[in-house]
Design a protein around this ligand. Structure first.
Ligand code: 13P
Ligand code: SF4
Length: 422
């Protein structure tokens, strides 16, 4: 519990120009009642869809409670609920939330955890909306999945909406009408990154496709190429490009699909020659990393090991020493000999926590500006205390429920993903 509030303290101590938004020192509830927006942090400039889920006002008792009071309330509620509740947390959550998680992991591990925590009646998911939806699809129907703040979405996931993907698919089906089963392989297999709505997971499930995470993307692409002549990969262009490039797919065989243009902005021949069609989506957290930051780190720290998340742009991944999921990054640091120096290209909460957990190493974030994932930031101990105390009173707040028909198809794609081990 000693690490509670590290991030907020850090943000309070830095000069305004060293943090991407000084509002980050405030409680996220200040942004809940306004317009649909991602709030302060890395994706604050992205446009949130108007139908983005909103979080109603957090009761004053939780907004006004001190950190110590919230800690006591959360611990007491967890104690009362015992094995009836499990709190799952993603690596990008702030320290003062991670402190209460029963399990911390990357997206793949969290999906697996949701499917295997059979004794829990309630799964409180400290992460973002698509992760909670996935947990609902994979858990038993009598288990309730709870997202403490409904405004914890993901700007990348919002970059691929169902109707744009359907429209893209129809255009591709027309274009590939003559090659539907050449050599026993489908013309195109849809592959979605985990960071998307349950509706899109259902779409790929229905069309012979599969979900991937950053930890098993290569295995998943192999799965897809065994069944199809090419892949439609959404929403993250960077994960798709980095993974396919490492497998030997040439860049010219990876056109980008811009959903606002006919044929995604491509000519027909380019799409006929394509091996991987990349959706025009990205993560605003990982877009912040640059090759110049890596060059600076190498100049200032000879021997530094650069670890990048594969959501980073290709030049950054190419210039890094290694790329991998949050779990990969965490293990690389934990397994390194004492005295190692790491420059890490991923979310600030995770990097700061690794630095605190591993004083035997020198660890720093490649981005000099403190800028967390704006949606992961929406989960705060105030919300956690609120949903847990409601459960003690027998009230389920903020339940994430994927409609049955969507869940059935999404489950097909997610089960395929879970079988494609990292
Ligand atoms: P991981 O699966 O590597 O944890 O990534 C999830 C995510 O959203 C990264 O931005
Ligand atoms: Fe989405 Fe990027 Fe935040 Fe991950 S880090 S949840 S991809 S916005």
């Amino acid at each position: 519990m000693s690490s509670i509030d590290t991030t907020l303290q850090t943000l309070k101590l830095v000069s305004p120009e060293a943090s991407c938004n000084t509002d980050l020192t405030k409680g996220p509830w200040l942004f809940d009642t306004g317009e649909a927006a991602y709030g302060p942090g890395s994706s604050q400039e992205d446009l949130a869809p108007i139908d983005t889920p909103r979080q109603g006002e957090l009761p004053a008792v939780y907004r006004e409670a001190s950190d110590a009071e919230l800690t006591a309330r959360i611990l007491a509620a967890k104690e009362t609920l015992g094995e009836r509740v499990v709190v799952l947390g993603h690596h990008y959550q702030r320290d003062e939330v991670v402190a209460f998680a029963d399990f911390i992991g990357d997206s793949f591990q969290l999906a697996n955890a949701a499917q295997t925590r059979e004794q829990a009646e309630y799964i409180v998911f400290c992460g973002v909306h698509f992760m909670a939806e996935t947990a609902d699809v994979l858990s038993r129907s009598d288990q309730a999945v709870i997202l403490p703040n409904l405004a914890a979405g993901c700007s990348m996931a919002d970059m691929a909406d169902e109707s744009s993907v359907e429209e893209c698919w129809e255009q591709l089906m027309d274009l590939y009408a003559d090659q539907r089963t050449t050599d026993g392989k489908a013309a195109v297999i849809p592959v979605t990154y985990m960071n998307c709505s349950a509706a899109l997971k259902a779409f790929v499930g229905k069309h012979g496709g599969i979900v991937c995470t950053s930890s098993n993307a290569a295995t998943v692409l192999e799965w897809a190429f065994a069944r199809g002549q090419r892949v439609l990969f959404f929403p993250d262009q960077h994960l798709g490009r980095n993974t396919a490039k490492a497998m030997g797919v040439p860049l010219e065989a990876m056109p980008m699909w811009n959903p606002r243009k006919a044929l995604g902005g491509n000519d027909a021949q380019t799409l006929l020659d394509a091996q991987v069609i990349l959706w025009h989506g990205f993560c605003s957290v990982h877009k912040r990393f640059t090759v110049a930051q890596i060059e600076k780190a190498r100049a200032e720290h000879p021997g530094v090991r650069i670890l990048a998340h594969p959501e980073c742009p290709m030049p950054v991944v190419d210039a890094a020493d290694e790329a991998g999921s949050t779990d990969y990054i965490q293990k690389a640091v934990a397994q390194a000999p004492a005295g190692s120096v790491f420059g890490i290209a991923t979310e600030i909460n995770m990097v700061n926590r690794l630095a605190a957990q591993h004083p035997e190493h020198t660890i720093f974030c490649l981005d000099p500006v403190i800028c967390p994932c704006s949606t992961m930031y929406r989960i705060h101990p105030g919300y956690l205390a609120w949903v847990l105390e409601a459960l003690v009173d027998g009230v389920v707040l903020n339940q994430i429920t994927v409609p049955e028909l969507v869940a059935a198809d999404a489950k097909v794609a997610l089960e395929r993903m879970l079988a494609a081990r990292p």
